[in-house]
Design a protein around this ligand. Sequence first.
Ligand SMILES: Cc1ncc(COP(=O)(O)O)c(C=O)c1O
Length: 325
Amino acid sequence: MAFGSGTIWMNGSFVDWADAKIHVAAHVVHYGSSVFEGARCYKTPRGSACFQLDAHMRRLYDSARIYRMEPTIELSAMTQAVVETIRKNQLKACYIRPIVYRGYHTLGVNPFPCPIDAAILVWEWGAYLGQDALERGVDVRVASWARSAPNTFPTLAKTSANYANSQLIKMEAITEGYSEGIALDTFGYLSEGSGQNLFLVRDDTLYTPPLTAAILPGITRSSVITIAKDLGYRVREEMLPREMLYIADEAFFAGTAVEITPIRSVDKIEIGNGKRGPMTETIQRTFFGIINGEVPDRHGWLTYVYPGEPLQPVGAGSPASAKTT
Ligand SMILES: Cc1ncc(COP(=O)(O)O)c(C=O)c1O
């Protein structure tokens, strides 16, 4: 089901894509008052499985809490609704977009009178920066736009409002011939891309900015940290100066959309030798190996979608599922 067709879950009912409409006077249209998620379902050898669905749905409800939105549906029921929406659309692999938003009632800035509505969209979506990028990497620039300052727009919440900033970063990068932009925080430290977290490698250590560097707490980011530790790499979450980018041995983006995408150059300075580095490749291979069933899902990250296919994560409860970190 390509973007633009199929069935959408809206406030507990399934509606055709073409009929899934909201009013132009809905609060969200004017004030960006929504929180949302982006997750993926993969076609694995053991059946279609959502990657880290529980973590994504938990972040959705965390985001709602930060914005004083109480969804009318419980977290577990919303998670089940995601699975049912994929089944309803009979998709084997797809992108998943649950959204909780302030609907139609009044148009004052005060959002409280407006209803809390919810929807779940699913559609087929391939590699975000192109299949080639997963191997060869992308050319990026440091954005002239900073991420939001602390105590302004909370970055732990995945709210639509934050994506006004992301759009500025992305448009600037594209207009100037780059695939992506890397934003600094308001103190000048490395933060993240317009829609993905950032990792650097220097002297066999993996570095990533901490949650205090105005980043979204990415689910892929936390998966990468877990994978790297499992593989025995040193991982450091710390404030990083901009110039660490230019002297890194390797760099890559991590996110649901970009998955794990190497960064080939920043501001026209080659990273390492300008090719995907060995640690990036090993982490990428493990990440895709879990999805392809070649590496055991020892942390229980896969949620199977169709009846008759395994409902438990591969390896859950078995010795192989023991956490090593
Ligand atoms: C601003 C931003 N940072 C990071 C990420 C990566 O997060 P995740 O791995 O949960 O997709 C995203 C993707 O949603 C994002 O929009």
